[in-house]
Ligand binder design. Structure first.
Ligand SMILES: [Cu+2]
Length: 175
């Protein structure tokens, strides 16, 4: 009986994984400046935006700013190689709570518990994996990056809401 149930569960998972209507998604690894993994993010294309599920382990406790940065390059230890925030217009104005904001890379903060673990699901209507609906494409020619900052983003102050240094980075590859 127990084996039959296990087999049934396995079949259920197999059919879910092979569903043809599953939305496009990618899973990226997030690494700190020492190159160690601090977790992952799964980015899923949604009809009107992009859903990101973030799962962190071994990250510094507290609130942290989270943004999509414009280049898929996490090669420098300070992650400045990822460039500025994803944006469409040349004059970037930052902040989800800023009435003049136009940055497509802005996201809510993520919280990490005392044990270094953190989970969040965040949704952005500004971006897509491949320019769906005219939204900025994360998987463009040079890709992009998901960056975690040392401090929380106040969502108002220029240029990054006081979020401080970049402490983790994950490459979103070119499409
Ligand atoms: Cu940032």
């Amino acid at each position: 009986m127990r084996y039959a149930l296990a087999a049934a569960i396995a079949t259920l998972f197999a059919s879910a994984a092979s569903a043809t209507d599953a939305p496009p998604n990618i899973r990226i690894e997030l690494k700190n400046s020492a190159g160690a993994s601090v977790g992952s993010a799964t980015l899923t294309q949604a009809p009107n935006g992009l859903l990101a599920r973030i799962e962190l382990k071994g990250a510094p406790p507290g609130w942290h700013g989270l943004h999509f940065h414009e280049k898929g390059d996490c090669s420098k230890a300070d992650f400045t190689s990822a460039g500025g925030h994803v944006h469409g217009k040349p004059t970037m104005v930052h902040g989800l709570l800023n009435p003049d904001a136009n940055e497509a890379g802005d996201l809510p903060n993520v919280f990490v518990a005392a044990d270094g673990s953190g989970q969040a699901e965040v949704f952005s209507t500004y971006v897509s994996l491949a320019s769906a609906g005219g939204r900025e494409a994360l998987g463009d020619k040079d890709g992009s990056a998901l960056v975690i900052h040392a401090n929380p983003d106040d969502h108002k102050v220029q240029p990054i809401g006081g979020a401080g240094p970049r402490i983790a980075c994950g490459v979103i590859p070119a499409g």
